[in-house]
Ligand binder design. Sequence first.
Ligand code: SAH
Ligand code: F3S
Length: 435
Amino acid sequence: MTKTFFIETWGCQMNDLDSQRLSGSLKLRGYRRVDTEGEADLILLNTCSIRDKSEQKVFSHLGRLREMKSERELQIGVCGCVAQQEGEAILHRAPWVDFVMGPGNVGHLDQILSGDRRVAIDFPEDRNYDYLAIDRPSATKAQVTIIEGCNKNCTFCIVPTTRGREVSRPFDDVLREVRAAVDSGRVEIELLGQTVNAYRCPITGRDFGTLLSAVAKIDRVARLRFMTSHPAEVNDSMITAMRDHENISRYLHLPVQSGSSKILRRMKRLYTREHYLETIARIREAIPEIHFSTDVIVGFPGETDDDFEQTLSLIEKVRYGSMFAFKYSPRPGTPALKIGAPVDDAIASERLTRVFDLHERIKREHLESYRGRVLPVLVEGPSKHDASMLTGRTDYNIVVNFSTASAPAAVPPGSMLGVRIDQAQHHTLRGEAVA
Ligand code: SAH
Ligand code: F3S
């Protein structure tokens, strides 16, 4: 009998990709993926611990799996950042868990399944990155890790603990993986890393901008994105690469976290408000049509009304096309715990609402500004809501639903079309393909 598996994934794109890697290596071992936990012989929980009560969520999920396991043969593995953070403690609290495996060991699932190790939370030198085995869910897009871990140590952040020190993949490995992805029809490439623009080839020392150009030049790469850039790592080489290659998205996610230099210093973000705004201006000068998105944290210890107002004014200044905002959440073992107590929860909630309201307004204006324009759209397939229409994304990652004169089936996923925008909806655009 073929064994079956199910993977539940929480959190960021790195976790998504880790699940694709786990799934691929299980399939290589002859496992079959199933859609529900009830049918699975092996259940992997790929967890996230970036904010909130993520550990509790995992333990309550494990409580439900315990009952399932009492009724039948079942193997349970806890992976991801909660696994890394809690380690052996998971086996004490939930002894019915078979193994605990951190993000550094995704490439070593074999050893763990064979029963050699129950707790694997080291960061082995050899990450065993088998890109040919990645089980990619999309026929048109591929995510490609170029750098793992993070050396930045922002005081609020658990990632340096859960994902370890920075390790860049060799330049040529990345190019080989991209070529293989493109050969399989994945013409949209997204380079991933916690601090993607800190990339440096471990063999040749080539930097992120050089890698961007090299990937952009690969035949048939229709669109190239990357996540997440750190503002202090933006340099001319990266900006020039973006400017010179049309297939690199005119869209940049550049998390600011706060608009107050005082708070940025406490967060150890390595830039000031002024430096961040200069960086934005420098990029806009080289690439005038660029759009930005960001992450913001409210309620960090010591954030006064004035600090918060500076965050709002920075958002107004940059006019982000999209953004994510979070209430500060104290994380175990992080330096911010020593800085002081978080801002009163009611105040933090109110600040969060104000950020959302401001951003809603900016986003509406932003979407409305596309009306009447023709935008290049990368086709993903038929629209979920209306099969006579197609769906795709703009360069700025906005979903566009559109009609075409030809039959939708005649437009294969992965094609690039010009779409005239006639309507801005809540989060998406509507339009019509132009010849
Ligand atoms: N470099 C990363 C950032 C990781 S976390 C990346 O690839 O996106 C994503 C976002 O979560 C951060 O930018 C930050 O805004 C938010 N975040 C991280 N730690 C947090 C915490 N302790 N409380 C609230 N938000 C947090
Ligand atoms: Fe976290 Fe800061 Fe790195 S937010 S992932 S420590 S850049």
